[in-house]
Design a protein. Structure first.
Length: 107
């Protein structure tokens, strides 16, 4: 069956998950459900907790690791009226963050 916007690559990916017809897609349960209605201030966050935070981006920078090739550490500092948090990850996609002016409000 042909579905507009689903090309050969996407079709192969869906078929690998056992999704062959539109009905399969409609009854497919996702691996994980993320409740994005759980909005919390930064001061109320707990380590490892999944929550939505409405905050300002105060800084974003990519730092290389000396004598290593590959992705460096990408850090973003978020703040709201209750506090701040510094996040970090290994990422190759930091160029898009380095091109935005700070502070920026993400909502």
């Amino acid at each position: 069956m042909y579905v507009k916007g689903v090309g050969p690559a996407r079709s192969a990916m869906l078929e690998a998950k056992g999704l062959r017809v539109v009905e399969d897609l409609l009854t497919y349960a996702p691996f994980r459900y993320e409740d994005r209605t759980n909005v919390k201030p930064i001061r109320d966050l707990a380590p490892g907790e999944m929550a939505t935070v409405i905050a300002d981006v105060q800084s974003a920078k990519s730092m290389g690791i000396p004598r290593r090739r590959g992705p460096g550490i990408f850090q973003v500092r978020f703040t709201d009226a209750t506090g701040g948090i510094l996040t970090g990850s290994a990422s190759r996609s930091s160029a898009k963050w380095n091109s935005i002016p700070t502070p920026v409000i993400l909502r």
